[in-house]
Ligand binder design. Structure first.
Ligand SMILES: [Zn+2]
Length: 546
């Protein structure tokens, strides 16, 4: 039996992940024993002396999108574009270089940071890439800009069947090229399907393999892809046959990531890699979410939007606020972008429950979280089989309602790094808990941390630090009262994340558990600390020194 003894390190042992100086014995693919520093050391074939190091359970990313980010190297990464002219110049160059590809795809654009505060229009795209199908995606993947040829291909020019507000139109009713949510997801699905046909499936599968392997360097031992269309299930099964990293996924609609969920009959049987069968549903959107704030927030919101608009001498943010259909309801101010009415959601969830599916519900705003809680409670899913994701903007009553339905609370403090500035500018933090981990925990919910990469940062150490310190790059600390403890943060990104997926590793670094672990070169909550080794099933899956 191959055995390795880890000594001299701080070990975040057991299901509760409490750090203490100690040792750990790995035999074959399992943890064989664990002890405190003053307990006698067992015999082992190998001894790894790790002074000053920390040994943690392997990180589990319960929600991210490797099957989308695998495409980024096949397109152009727009994350560095400083403004709209730079974006258009890059698109012109790409169109000239790649004359044959059925679609020109650009990822990770950050139009909020550009002086123009908007994506290119269809007409602008056609000028730099005449007659080509062009798709430019915003980093959070909830909004894209497409060219006239792409609109025609998607059948969006008439677009009677589409949710009207998802296709932005000019005063004469013609699509401007800007697509949100459902229409955005459909455009991405079509662009990727046609490009895959052109490139060949093998190339995409190889890219996805490399994308998953890249997670090992961050200390991830298990990656959960939060959306896979039914057509790609078999590919995921093949990829999951490789041990590193462990892989699992949720199945959503074949008509695009934001389309209404597939019927229970469309879900393949058997486990989905390392996790149970899971269905993915979107209850609201990204920026277009379902949110209720107290009336007092109106002043702050309007002022924030006006100030932003003046700063950029345009009316982008104000247009957005109005475009999100602000209205008065329930004694407050509502942005009401709900994808399901209550009855339909209950029926869909009941169907999934009957088919024995776990469910993952996207809910950004408190109104969407409230709808999730009510529907889950009505349907009565078995405890621990539902996860509510994001939980970006919360109030105590909504959190209590969620706690009553026994769902997992999966949130992404990594988003603080990208979204918090906008929320602070609009004054929303005064009226809602922003990624309020402590509020969720105090209500009795079990917490899960995840990246939602590419929407949020991928690095789990950065996510842990944001969950605990809540400090932005400029030093601003956002709602420090929502911080969770260090051990709770580690649990939420390791053992609890595994438990939420019905996956191996819920017991942490304890005898009998799979030997999935990470070695860090110091305290994981210190800013300079990095992962140096990732072990999966008792074997080194990745090492900083190659
Ligand atoms: Zn996501």
């Amino acid at each position: 039996m191959a055995s390795t003894l880890f000594v001299g390190a701080t070990v975040w042992a057991g299901a509760d992940c409490r750090p203490h100086p100690g040792w750990l014995l790995v035999a074959d693919d399992r943890i064989a024993a664990a002890g405190m520093a003053d307990e006698p050391l067992p015999e082992a074939g190998n001894v790894l002396d790790l002074p000053g190091r920390h040994v943690l359970p392997g990180f589990v990313d319960a929600h991210e999108h490797p099957s989308l980010t695998a495409w980024v190297p096949r397109g152009t990464d727009g994350i560095g574009w400083p403004d709209l002219p730079a974006a258009l110049a890059a698109i012109r160059t790409a169109a000239a270089v790649d004359a044959g590809s059925p679609w020109l795809v650009f990822w990770n654009a950050l139009p909020h940071t550009w002086p123009e505060r908007r994506l290119p229009t269809a007409a602008e795209l056609d000028r730099v890439a005449p007659d080509r199908r062009v798709l430019v995606s915003v980093r959070d993947l909830h909004r894209v800009a497409v060219s006239p040829a792409a609109l025609a291909d998607l059948g969006l020019v008439a677009a009677a069947g589409w949710r009207r507000s998802d296709v932005v139109r000019d005063r004469r009713g013609r699509p401007t090229g800007e697509l949100w949510e459902h229409a955005c997801g459909a455009a991405v699905a079509r662009a990727l399907a046609q490009t895959e046909e052109y490139l060949g499936s093998q190339q995409i599968e190889t890219a996805l393999r490399a994308e998953l392997d890249r997670r090992l360097g961050y200390g991830y031992t298990h990656v959960h892809d939060a959306y896979v269309p039914p057509e790609q299930h078999e590919r995921m099964v093949r990829l999951a046959a490789d041990e590193a990293p462990r892989l699992s996924w949720a199945i959503g609609s074949g008509a695009g990531i934001f389309a209404p969920g597939a019927g229970p009959a469309e879900f393949p049987d058997g486990r989905y890699g390392a996790a149970g069968r899971e269905a993915k549903l979107f209850l609201d959107g990204g920026e277009r979410c379902a949110l209720r704030l107290p009336l007092a927030a109106l002043g702050g919101l309007a002022w924030g939007a006006v100030r932003e608009s003046m700063a950029v001498s345009g009316w982008g943010p104000l247009r957005e606020t109005i475009g999100r259909r602000v209205r008065f309801g329930g004694g407050g101010l509502e942005l009401r972008y709900l994808r399901y009415d209550d009855r339909t959601l209950i029926d869909v969830l009941a169907g999934y429950a009957q088919a024995g599916l776990r469910v993952r519900l996207h809910a950004v705003g408190n109104l969407a979280v409230r709808q999730a809680a009510q529907a889950l409670r009505t349907v009565g899913l078995p405890a621990g089989t539902a996860t509510v994701d994001h939980l970006a903007l919360l109030d105590p009553a909504t959190v209590d309602a969620l706690a009553a339905c026994g769902a997992w609370a999966c949130y992404q403090p990594g988003f603080l790094a990208s979204f918090a500035r906008t929320l602070l500018a609009a004054g929303i933090d005064r009226y809602a808990a922003v990624f309020g981990g402590r509020l969720l925990q105090d209500a009795g919910l079990r917490l899960v941390l995840s990246s939602d990469h590419p929407g949020g940062v991928l690095d789990p150490l950065q996510i842990l630090r944001l969950a605990v310190h809540r400090r932005l790059l400029d030093g601003t600390v956002i709602q420090p009262e929502q911080a969770i403890s260090r051990a709770d943060a580690v649990r939420a990104h390791t053992t609890e994340a595994a438990a939420s997926l019905d996956a191996p590793g819920a017991g942490g670094l304890a005898p009998g558990q799979p030997a999935d672990l990470v070695i860090c070169d110091g305290d994981p909550f210190e800013p300079g600390t990095a992962v140096t080794q990732t072990w999966i099933g008792g074997r080194v899956a990745w090492s900083a020194d190659g």
